[in-house]
Design a protein around this ligand. Structure first.
Ligand code: NAD
Length: 500
């Protein structure tokens, strides 16, 4: 039934590398099989970039850089906005392809992934001609201006959890600022990125400005990170890979920004509006099957309301409709890969060993239609500081619950992590909200909400969640170098070496 309503045949997506404005095979002809998380069948095969292909893509980006840098910024911005318009024309196709490839429910790709992608591209398209510098009031007779120039060729390495959205987060500011790009999507979910490359070509992006090289991390990703002619790497992915990126990038001391893992505390105080907190906390962890770096994966509950909250929260979790990603009623699809499902299931074994009580979930759904896919029931586990599942990022529909007495203990628990990315709190006490927002060590704090993201607001972390920011005006700092220019227009410079 669902098969018949499909608009997209993944086998018809351009499945080659996109280098210098053309779709080309890998130089050694290698391919990667891309599988359907619903049943592990093969969706299609795509070309696999290796070091030689990455070199070719970097050379194309380098050659395209001067003209792109020197283009009228308004024209750069207009192209970025035209890309958004073109993607919007292909809304149904792109959302369906994203759902098939990643397992995101279609209602989410339609309501969140693609609308946010379009918003981001439009925001950064609009910023292209507003990246101004400043004039510094120095000594009389001198004009000092600080210009912001693009860094050059940027390598962008992204994970599999929000492929289209990450394209807009990374490409938007980099292109607006006049950089050229080599992007390596995840080997697991490259399809919408390749389709976007075709649309970029259609709207007239010059050849070489954006190059797309799907491939494995240890080959294509590693080469991009170490490449001597890449000026900057912007990476989103795991903390372990982030460390490797830093090592690989040291050869030419390229600039690096890292968006890494998280273990977001989501704190519910006794003065919260409980129904809103229950719904918001479910979104915080179960949206996208929990595969979000900012997921609220540590639920901290004030003791006095913990039982009431949990009975409602468990009820909501058990009512979430799990199903095929293209079914419009589906609220939770499969995890994105079998490898990842096995990793998350491994945490359940850890729970058994460490004695964590599983309050609900803890396994795959019994529906026979889902038996071959990467599905997992929403899982709620009691855990205490020190337990593995309290400390490590599970990256699944898996939340651990811990109780606290008062605000001081909530702060201590919230900050008891190596990470510092997303965080949330639920309270109707305004002063407490501000105190907590100041005290939580994280890049983002949401009060009476969770996972709000907007292109104008910076996104990134502290500690082992990385450094640098995507989104916001701040992201333009990641893609520009300040250049200080001094002009003597009327200054009498005293002689430093007086000679008669
Ligand atoms: P990952 O680190 O395994 O892979 C991310 C990307 O890096 C992929 O494209 C992969 O091919 C590539 N890669 C792997 N090894 C590499 C290497 N040695 N050199 C260069 N590139 C390499 O992460 P993942 O499993 O794809 O994604 C999940 C992780 O991403 C989670 O930890 C999650 O928290 C994190 N994440 C962070 C953010 C954020 O904004 N902070 C957003 C989403 C996901």
């Amino acid at each position: 039934m669902l098969e018949k309503t499909r608009l997209v045949n993944p086998k018809q997506v351009r499945n080659q590398l996109f280098i210098n404005g053309e779709f080309v095979d890998a130089q050694d002809g290698a391919t990667i099989s891309v599988s359907d998380p619903h049943d592990l069948s093969e969706l299609t095969q795509i070309a696999e970039a290796k070091a030689a292909d990455v070199d070719k893509a970097v050379a194309a980006a380098r050659a395209a850089f001067p003209a792109w840098r020197d283009m009228n910024p308004s024209d750069r911005g207009r192209l970025i906005m035209q890309l958004a318009d073109k993607m919007e024309e292909h809304f149904d196709e792109l959302t369906e392809l994203e759902s098939i490839d990643t397992g995101h429910p279609i209602r989410d790709t339609r309501r969140l992934d693609l609308p946010r992608t379009l918003l981001n591209f439009r925001y950064f398209g609009g910023l292209a001609d507003k990246i101004d510098g400043r004039q510094v009031p120095v000594e009389p007779g001198f004009l000092n201006v600080v210009k912001r120039q693009p860094v050059g060729v940027v390598g962008q390495i992204v994970p599999w959890n929000f492929p289209l959205m990450f394209c807009s987060w990374k490409l938007g500011p980099a292109l607006a600022a006049g950089n050229t790009v080599v992007m390596k999507p995840s080997e697991l979910t490259p399809l919408t990125t390749l389709r976007m490359a075709e649309l970029m070509r259609d709207v007239g992006f010059p050849a070489g400005v954006v190059n797309i090289v799907p491939g494995y991390g240890h080959t294509a990703g590693q080469r991009l990170a170490e490449h001597p002619d890449v000026n900057k790497i912007s990476f989103t992915g795991s903390t372990a890979t982030g460390r490797k990126i830093i090592e690989a990038s040291s050869g030419n001391l390229k600039r690096v920004s890292l968006e890494l893992g998280g273990k977001g505390p989501n704190i519910v105080f006794e003065d919260a509006t409980i129904p809103a907190a229950v719904g918001g906390s479910a979104f915080a962890i179960f949206h996208n099957q929990g595969q979000a770096c900012i997921a609220g994966s540590r639920l901290l509950l004030q003791e006095s309301i913990a039982d009431e909250f949990l009975s409602k929260f468990i009820g909501l979790a058990e009512s979430i409709k799990i199903g095929h990603p293209l079914d419009p009623d589906t609220e939770m699809g499969p995890l994105t890969s079998k490898m990842h499902l096995d990793r998350v299931l491994g945490f359940l074994e850890v729970c058994a060993k460490e004695g964590n009580t599983i309050l609900t979930g803890g396994g795959q759904p019994s529906d026979p239609n889902l038996k071959n896919g990467c599905y997992l029931r929403p899982t709620i586990v009691e855990a205490k500081p020190g337990d593995t599942v309290y400390r490590e990022e599970v990256f699944g529909p898996f939340v651990c619950v811990t109780r606290f007495k008062d605000e001081a203990e909530a702060i201590e628990l919230a900050n008891d992590t190596q990470y510092g990315l997303g965080s949330g709190l639920w309270t109707n006490n305004l002063q407490r909200a501000h105190r907590m927002a100041d005290a939580i060590e994280a890049g983002m704090v949401w009060v009476n909400s969770y996972k709000r993201v907007h292109p104008g607001s910076p996104f990134g972390g502290v500690g082992q969640s990385g450094f640098g920011r995507d989104l916001g005006i701040e992201s333009l700092n990641e893609y520009t170098e300040p250049k200080s220019i001094w002009i003597n227009y009327d200054a009498d410079i005293p002689p430093f070496y007086p000679r008669s």
